[in-house]
Write a new protein. Structure first.
Length: 615
């Protein structure tokens, strides 16, 4: 049969079988032929309507190829047109709406159908997993490290408090730096009295009795020329108030009168913190005996009634008044009365006839349920003033912007970190880069734990040895024990002692604020030896991201064993600046890591199987 040329379209209202017959078609624009008809591109789609029995190709993103277009001459409406091969194939494709038997489908139809089916039937992507997503039901670690009351321990020491020939006593510290001190007290009744002036041998001094037996210390009655240097008069005053508040019974405390609400250290505004190595870490307050206008607020100043002798005045008020008025003779008389009372408390009659005298101040230590933080801070400050303070100028000699920059955590921040780490007497604390050993000392003093510190720079390491030795003396004077402490001068990366102890450590502190990244990276493998539940506390995190999303790239990272928490600290918590910041608690949680890794691998396997089964 002869074929007629004409527009190559499919009639919409007539069911036509593909045979050699010609059929009438409506006159419309000729269809275009495109390579997309037989393509397997996933961008090609077949759209169908339930109300139509025909299938019409549609590809809005593809334009027809110019070389494939053919213009047909215009014909009358009733003219017939043969069907091209491509249209025949499309017409022969079965549609579900026809309900006919299966017919052969073109490759493009199969590909498009599969793509559409996959989009409609693929399960949703697995939920992302994060490091802290693991269930703590299988881990012994808490979700959050909470502060709890410190466990009971024995603070009381059986040792005698005699400091012996102590090279770091207040008297000797000032004597070595006599040229940096000036007179503070005077004799208001004798302007020509020079006994309160500095002198290499005949200098003014006063003594203070400490709680333990045979524990006492001399203080030079001089003021520093630089208000930020060690002030022995302020030191004596604050230690006296601490003893009266925490070591005496109510009846004994009444003999001293009320504790003044403002000591010398509280009577002036604190200066800005120095860039490095402040002389007194526990308080940013300055020395103040060099200021002649040191007194508490006027409404709190004690005004004695007329006709009273010195013995009738409240004792601590008398001490404070003598300091405020710079009355040297009055101060000496008041301190003599103070020491006489304190000595009497150390030699109270025994409980039975013939029994040894009792030291009631030491009995107070036995009765403590918790270690008074004010007492601890006072002892730490005393120790620091005598050992570190005079060496601060030398400690500032460092290579700027290097891993050997000297800086300190202030005692308030160290105390917070120690509490959060749950250190106890039977635990081991390591300080990698321990500087002058101040945190090593504080950890052992605060908890009784065993502490170890290593420092690379020779001068801080030498000062640290003095700090450790002197805290033992001061602890005995105050009547309590301190845990074992060990120091090493050397490289933390090469130390055999570090390698030996790190597997036993419960807490590792790394003040890595200025560490080079290469040093932080070199430390990470050492943490693989830490035991389950051990903590690494640092100023810069050892992980790339806090609570990172688990991916194939990081699931096997060595630091993935850590569950990391960021904790803010307030301004004034570090020696190198006044701004606040954050520190990071890394807790070794291999159980939690194994759980989250198992979940991750399981979801990835399921996702992979589902994808393959639908290809």
């Amino acid at each position: 049969m002869e074929f007629f040329s004409g527009p190559k379209v499919i009639p919409l209202a007539t069911n036509v079988k593909v045979t050699t017959r010609a059929i009438p078609v409506r006159r419309t624009a000729p269809p275009t032929r495109s390579s997309s008809v037989t393509s397997h591109s996933s961008s090609f789609r077949l759209s169908s309507s339930p109300s139509s029995s025909s299938v019409v190709p549609s590809s809005p993103t593809l334009s027809p190829t110019t070389s494939q277009k053919r213009k047909s001459p215009s014909i009358e409406k009733e003219e017939l047109s043969p069907l091209p091969g491509a249209v025949k194939r499309l017409r022969s494709a079965p549609t579900r709406s026809q309900g006919k038997g299966r017919r052969k489908t073109s490759p493009s139809s199969k590909s498009s159908s599969r793509a559409s089916s996959r989009q409609n039937t693929l399960p949703p992507s697995p939920e992302p997993l994060y490091r802290s997503s693991s269930s703590r039901s299988t881990s012994h670690l808490p979700q959050e490290v909470e502060e709890q009351q410190e466990p009971f321990r024995k603070w009381y020491t059986e040792e005698d408090g005699d400091p012996g020939m102590n090279p770091h006593s207040s008297e000797l510290v000032v004597k070595r730096l006599m040229k940096k001190y000036k007179p503070y007290f005077k004799n208001p009744r004798d302007p020509g009295d020079t006994s309160f002036n500095p002198d290499p041998t005949n200098y003014p001094w006063a003594e203070l009795e400490y709680p333990n037996n045979n524990a006492r210390e001399r203080f030079m009655l001089l003021a520093p020329k630089d208000k930020d240097h060690y002030n022995p008069i302020m030191d004596l005053e604050r230690s006296l108030y601490t003893i009266v508040e925490y070591y005496l019974t109510d009846e004994q405390r009444a003999l001293f009168g009320p504790i003044p609400s403002a000591s010398l250290s509280e009577a002036v505004s604190p200066p800005a913190s120095p860039n490095l190595g402040p002389t007194r870490p526990s308080s940013p307050t300055p020395s103040c005996c060099s200021d002649l206008s040191l007194s508490p607020p006027p409404e709190e100043e004690y005004v004695p009634p007329p006709n009273l002798t010195i013995e009738d005045l409240p004792l601590l008020r008398t001490v404070q008044r003598a300091i405020e008025k710079q009355d040297g003779p009055l101060f000496l008389v008041a301190m003599e009365r103070v020491n006489k009372l304190l000595r009497s408390f150390k030699s109270q009659p025994g409980s039975s006839e013939g029994a040894s005298p009792r030291n009631t101040m030491m009995e107070a230590v036995k009765s403590w349920k918790v270690f008074p933080e004010s007492v601890m801070m006072r002892v730490i400050e005393e120790n620091y003033q005598r050992t570190v303070g005079p060496q601060v100028p030398l400690l500032k000699r460092y290579e700027a912007f290097s891993s050997t920059v000297y800086g300190e955590l202030m005692p308030s921040l160290a105390s917070e970190i120690i509490k959060k780490s749950k250190l106890t007497e039977d635990k081991l604390f390591l300080d990698l880069g321990s500087g002058v050993g101040n945190v090593v000392v504080q950890a052992s003093l605060q908890t009784g734990c065993r502490s170890y510190g290593i420092e690379l720079m020779p001068h801080p390491a030498r000062v640290a040895r003095d700090v450790v030795e002197h805290i033992k003396v001061r602890s005995r004077m105050w009547g309590f024990t301190v845990g074992d402490m060990e120091l090493e001068e050397g490289d933390m990366l090469k130390s055999k002692r570090v390698d030996e102890l790190i597997s036993q450590a419960d807490v590792v502190l790394v003040d890595n604020k200025v560490f080079e990244e290469s040093l932080n990276a070199a430390l990470r493998p050492k943490f693989l030896d830490l035991k389950e539940g051990a903590m690494v506390i640092s100023l810069v995190p050892f992980v790339n991201s806090i609570n990172a999303r688990i991916t194939w790239r990081n699931v096997d990272d060595m630091t993935a064993i850590f569950d990391v928490r960021e904790v803010p600290y307030h301004s004034g918590s570090v020696s190198w600046g006044n701004n606040g910041g954050c520190y990071y608690i890394h807790t070794v949680d291999r159980k939690g890591y194994a759980e989250i890794k198992g979940k991750f691998e399981s979801t990835q396997r399921v996702s992979t199987r589902t994808t393959r089964s639908r290809k």
